[in-house]
Design a protein around this ligand. Sequence first.
Ligand code: IYR
Length: 242
Amino acid sequence: MSSSPQARTAPTPPERWTPTHGEPYRPVPYRPERMPAAESLARAAELRARMDGRRTVRQFAPDPVPEQVVRDAIGCAATAPSGAHQQPWTFVLVKDPEVRRRIRAAAEAEEQRSYEGRLGEEWLAALRPLGTDEVKPHLTDAPHLIVVFQQRHWLGPDGTKRKHYYVDESVGIAVGMLLSALHLSGLAALVHTPSPMRFLQEVLGRPANEKAFAVIPVGYPAPDCQVPDLVRKSLDQVLVEV
Ligand code: IYR
Protein backbone atom coordinates (compact mmCIF):
# COMPACT_ATOMS: atom_id res chain seq x y z
CA MET A 1 0.00 0.00 0.00
CA SER A 2 1.37 3.45 -0.90
CA SER A 3 2.12 5.76 1.97
CA SER A 4 2.10 9.02 -0.03
CA PRO A 5 -0.01 11.75 1.59
CA GLN A 6 -2.19 11.72 -1.50
CA ALA A 7 -3.04 8.03 -1.04
CA ARG A 8 -3.77 8.54 2.65
CA THR A 9 -6.24 11.32 2.02
CA ALA A 10 -7.85 9.72 -1.05
CA PRO A 11 -11.60 9.29 -0.57
CA THR A 12 -12.69 5.76 0.30
CA PRO A 13 -14.24 4.03 -2.72
CA PRO A 14 -18.00 3.63 -2.70
CA GLU A 15 -19.18 0.56 -0.79
CA ARG A 16 -19.55 -2.38 -3.13
CA TRP A 17 -22.20 -3.97 -0.95
CA THR A 18 -25.71 -2.61 -1.15
CA PRO A 19 -29.02 -4.43 -0.70
CA THR A 20 -30.40 -5.22 -4.12
CA HIS A 21 -34.06 -4.99 -3.15
CA GLY A 22 -35.50 -7.06 -5.97
CA GLU A 23 -32.82 -6.65 -8.62
CA PRO A 24 -31.36 -10.05 -9.60
CA TYR A 25 -27.70 -10.67 -8.93
CA ARG A 26 -25.51 -11.07 -12.01
CA PRO A 27 -24.39 -14.73 -12.28
CA VAL A 28 -20.61 -15.08 -12.30
CA PRO A 29 -18.61 -18.30 -12.83
CA TYR A 30 -17.66 -20.26 -9.71
CA ARG A 31 -15.01 -22.86 -10.52
CA PRO A 32 -12.96 -23.60 -7.40
CA GLU A 33 -10.23 -26.10 -8.11
CA ARG A 34 -11.44 -29.54 -7.03
CA MET A 35 -9.45 -30.97 -4.15
CA PRO A 36 -8.22 -34.55 -4.68
CA ALA A 37 -10.18 -36.96 -2.45
CA ALA A 38 -7.08 -38.07 -0.53
CA GLU A 39 -6.29 -34.49 0.37
CA SER A 40 -9.92 -33.85 1.37
CA LEU A 41 -9.86 -36.86 3.67
CA ALA A 42 -6.60 -35.81 5.29
CA ARG A 43 -7.75 -32.22 5.75
CA ALA A 44 -11.16 -33.20 7.12
CA ALA A 45 -9.63 -35.54 9.68
CA GLU A 46 -7.08 -32.94 10.73
CA LEU A 47 -9.70 -30.22 10.99
CA ARG A 48 -11.97 -32.45 13.02
CA ALA A 49 -9.15 -33.22 15.48
CA ARG A 50 -8.23 -29.55 15.76
CA MET A 51 -11.85 -28.53 16.33
CA ASP A 52 -12.19 -31.22 18.97
CA GLY A 53 -9.41 -29.42 20.84
CA ARG A 54 -11.53 -26.27 21.18
CA ARG A 55 -12.72 -25.51 24.66
CA THR A 56 -14.75 -22.67 26.06
CA VAL A 57 -12.45 -20.74 28.36
CA ARG A 58 -13.47 -18.63 31.34
CA GLN A 59 -10.02 -17.67 32.64
CA PHE A 60 -7.95 -15.58 30.26
CA ALA A 61 -4.30 -14.55 30.39
CA PRO A 62 -3.88 -10.76 30.32
CA ASP A 63 -1.31 -11.15 27.52
CA PRO A 64 -2.04 -9.11 24.42
CA VAL A 65 -3.27 -10.81 21.27
CA PRO A 66 -2.43 -9.46 17.81
CA GLU A 67 -5.52 -7.43 16.97
CA GLN A 68 -5.32 -8.38 13.30
CA VAL A 69 -5.96 -12.03 14.23
CA VAL A 70 -9.25 -10.95 15.81
CA ARG A 71 -10.08 -8.70 12.85
CA ASP A 72 -9.39 -11.56 10.42
CA ALA A 73 -11.57 -13.91 12.49
CA ILE A 74 -14.39 -11.35 12.32
CA GLY A 75 -13.73 -11.13 8.57
CA CYS A 76 -14.13 -14.94 8.40
CA ALA A 77 -17.41 -14.72 10.34
CA ALA A 78 -18.66 -12.12 7.90
CA THR A 79 -18.28 -14.62 5.03
CA ALA A 80 -21.15 -16.65 6.53
CA PRO A 81 -24.18 -17.39 4.39
CA SER A 82 -27.23 -15.36 5.36
CA GLY A 83 -30.93 -15.22 4.60
CA ALA A 84 -31.40 -13.46 1.22
CA HIS A 85 -27.72 -12.45 1.53
CA GLN A 86 -28.76 -9.68 3.90
CA GLN A 87 -25.68 -10.12 6.11
CA PRO A 88 -27.62 -9.05 9.20
CA TRP A 89 -24.69 -8.70 11.60
CA THR A 90 -22.51 -6.12 13.28
CA PHE A 91 -19.41 -7.05 15.29
CA VAL A 92 -18.35 -4.46 17.86
CA LEU A 93 -14.76 -4.80 19.04
CA VAL A 94 -14.81 -3.06 22.41
CA LYS A 95 -11.44 -1.56 23.26
CA ASP A 96 -12.23 1.27 25.66
CA PRO A 97 -11.56 -0.05 29.21
CA GLU A 98 -14.21 2.24 30.68
CA VAL A 99 -16.84 0.89 28.26
CA ARG A 100 -15.76 -2.64 29.20
CA ARG A 101 -16.16 -1.83 32.90
CA ARG A 102 -19.69 -0.56 32.20
CA ILE A 103 -20.53 -3.70 30.23
CA ARG A 104 -19.24 -5.88 33.06
CA ALA A 105 -21.13 -3.98 35.75
CA ALA A 106 -24.40 -4.14 33.79
CA ALA A 107 -23.92 -7.81 32.83
CA GLU A 108 -23.13 -8.83 36.40
CA ALA A 109 -26.20 -6.95 37.68
CA GLU A 110 -28.41 -8.86 35.22
CA GLU A 111 -26.65 -12.17 35.91
CA GLN A 112 -27.07 -11.71 39.65
CA ARG A 113 -30.84 -11.50 39.20
CA SER A 114 -30.66 -14.56 36.93
CA TYR A 115 -28.58 -16.71 39.29
CA GLU A 116 -30.62 -15.56 42.30
CA GLY A 117 -33.66 -17.25 40.82
CA ARG A 118 -34.83 -15.57 37.62
CA LEU A 119 -33.55 -18.53 35.55
CA GLY A 120 -35.73 -20.98 37.45
CA GLU A 121 -34.68 -24.12 39.33
CA GLU A 122 -34.52 -26.40 36.28
CA TRP A 123 -32.19 -24.07 34.40
CA LEU A 124 -30.03 -23.45 37.47
CA ALA A 125 -29.74 -27.22 37.93
CA ALA A 126 -28.59 -27.57 34.30
CA LEU A 127 -25.87 -24.94 34.90
CA ARG A 128 -24.69 -26.23 38.29
CA PRO A 129 -22.27 -28.86 36.86
CA LEU A 130 -20.47 -26.08 34.96
CA GLY A 131 -20.01 -24.01 38.11
CA THR A 132 -20.83 -20.70 36.39
CA ASP A 133 -21.97 -17.74 38.45
CA GLU A 134 -22.72 -14.04 38.15
CA VAL A 135 -19.08 -12.93 38.44
CA LYS A 136 -17.73 -12.25 34.94
CA PRO A 137 -14.09 -11.11 35.21
CA HIS A 138 -13.41 -12.05 31.58
CA LEU A 139 -15.56 -9.10 30.46
CA THR A 140 -12.83 -6.72 31.62
CA ASP A 141 -9.79 -9.01 31.75
CA ALA A 142 -9.66 -10.83 28.40
CA PRO A 143 -7.56 -8.80 25.97
CA HIS A 144 -10.41 -8.51 23.47
CA LEU A 145 -14.17 -8.30 23.68
CA ILE A 146 -16.43 -8.77 20.66
CA VAL A 147 -20.13 -7.96 20.98
CA VAL A 148 -22.19 -9.44 18.15
CA PHE A 149 -25.39 -7.69 17.15
CA GLN A 150 -28.09 -8.95 14.84
CA GLN A 151 -29.78 -6.45 12.55
CA ARG A 152 -33.43 -7.29 12.89
CA HIS A 153 -34.15 -5.18 9.80
CA TRP A 154 -32.27 -2.98 7.37
CA LEU A 155 -32.35 0.69 8.20
CA GLY A 156 -31.67 3.05 5.31
CA PRO A 157 -30.05 6.46 5.80
CA ASP A 158 -33.49 8.07 5.36
CA GLY A 159 -35.06 5.80 8.00
CA THR A 160 -36.52 3.31 5.47
CA LYS A 161 -36.92 -0.16 7.03
CA ARG A 162 -36.75 -3.49 5.22
CA LYS A 163 -37.34 -6.79 6.91
CA HIS A 164 -34.43 -9.21 7.33
CA TYR A 165 -35.04 -12.95 7.07
CA TYR A 166 -33.58 -15.85 9.08
CA VAL A 167 -31.67 -13.45 11.28
CA ASP A 168 -31.12 -15.91 14.18
CA GLU A 169 -29.91 -18.63 11.83
CA SER A 170 -27.63 -16.28 9.88
CA VAL A 171 -26.02 -14.71 12.95
CA GLY A 172 -25.74 -18.13 14.64
CA ILE A 173 -23.83 -19.47 11.65
CA ALA A 174 -21.58 -16.39 11.62
CA VAL A 175 -20.78 -16.80 15.32
CA GLY A 176 -19.97 -20.48 14.74
CA MET A 177 -17.57 -19.45 12.02
CA LEU A 178 -16.10 -16.78 14.29
CA LEU A 179 -15.45 -19.33 17.06
CA SER A 180 -13.87 -21.72 14.55
CA ALA A 181 -11.66 -19.01 13.08
CA LEU A 182 -10.52 -17.83 16.52
CA HIS A 183 -9.74 -21.36 17.64
CA LEU A 184 -7.90 -22.30 14.45
CA SER A 185 -5.87 -19.08 14.80
CA GLY A 186 -4.76 -20.15 18.28
CA LEU A 187 -7.14 -18.06 20.40
CA ALA A 188 -9.64 -19.04 23.06
CA ALA A 189 -13.12 -17.57 23.45
CA LEU A 190 -16.29 -17.74 25.47
CA VAL A 191 -19.83 -17.14 24.29
CA HIS A 192 -21.44 -15.14 27.05
CA THR A 193 -25.14 -14.39 26.82
CA PRO A 194 -26.23 -12.13 29.66
CA SER A 195 -29.97 -11.94 29.61
CA PRO A 196 -31.63 -9.57 28.99
CA MET A 197 -29.00 -7.91 26.79
CA ARG A 198 -30.68 -4.60 26.03
CA PHE A 199 -28.06 -2.73 28.09
CA LEU A 200 -25.46 -3.57 25.41
CA GLN A 201 -27.35 -1.62 22.78
CA GLU A 202 -27.44 1.36 25.13
CA VAL A 203 -23.84 1.16 26.38
CA LEU A 204 -22.48 0.70 22.84
CA GLY A 205 -24.85 3.22 21.25
CA ARG A 206 -26.09 0.82 18.58
CA PRO A 207 -29.04 1.81 16.38
CA ALA A 208 -32.62 0.69 17.06
CA ASN A 209 -32.56 -2.02 14.35
CA GLU A 210 -29.78 -3.91 16.18
CA LYS A 211 -30.19 -6.41 19.00
CA ALA A 212 -27.30 -7.91 20.97
CA PHE A 213 -26.76 -11.61 20.27
CA ALA A 214 -23.64 -12.58 22.25
CA VAL A 215 -20.65 -11.15 24.08
CA ILE A 216 -17.40 -12.93 23.21
CA PRO A 217 -14.25 -12.39 25.27
CA VAL A 218 -11.16 -13.51 23.32
CA GLY A 219 -7.57 -14.19 24.35
CA TYR A 220 -5.16 -16.88 25.49
CA PRO A 221 -6.14 -19.18 28.34
CA ALA A 222 -4.62 -18.19 31.70
CA PRO A 223 -1.64 -20.36 32.74
CA ASP A 224 -3.79 -21.88 35.51
CA CYS A 225 -6.91 -22.14 33.33
CA GLN A 226 -9.13 -25.12 34.05
CA VAL A 227 -12.06 -26.39 32.02
CA PRO A 228 -14.70 -28.93 33.02
CA ASP A 229 -13.98 -32.52 32.17
CA LEU A 230 -16.64 -32.67 29.45
CA VAL A 231 -17.19 -35.58 27.08
CA ARG A 232 -18.61 -34.80 23.67
CA LYS A 233 -21.20 -37.03 22.05
CA SER A 234 -19.65 -39.47 19.60
CA LEU A 235 -20.35 -39.18 15.90
CA ASP A 236 -22.63 -42.22 16.21
CA GLN A 237 -24.72 -40.36 18.75
CA VAL A 238 -25.20 -37.23 16.67
CA LEU A 239 -25.28 -38.56 13.11
CA VAL A 240 -28.26 -40.36 11.64
CA GLU A 241 -27.79 -41.73 8.13
CA VAL A 242 -30.99 -42.41 6.25
N1 IYR B 1 -25.97 -16.45 30.67
C1 IYR B 1 -25.54 -16.91 31.98
C2 IYR B 1 -26.02 -18.28 32.29
C3 IYR B 1 -25.53 -19.37 31.43
C4 IYR B 1 -26.43 -20.04 30.64
C5 IYR B 1 -26.03 -21.10 29.90
I1 IYR B 1 -27.41 -22.11 28.82
C6 IYR B 1 -24.69 -21.54 29.93
O1 IYR B 1 -24.28 -22.62 29.16
C7 IYR B 1 -23.79 -20.89 30.74
C8 IYR B 1 -24.21 -19.78 31.48
C9 IYR B 1 -24.01 -16.79 32.09
O2 IYR B 1 -23.36 -16.44 31.11
O3 IYR B 1 -23.48 -17.05 33.17
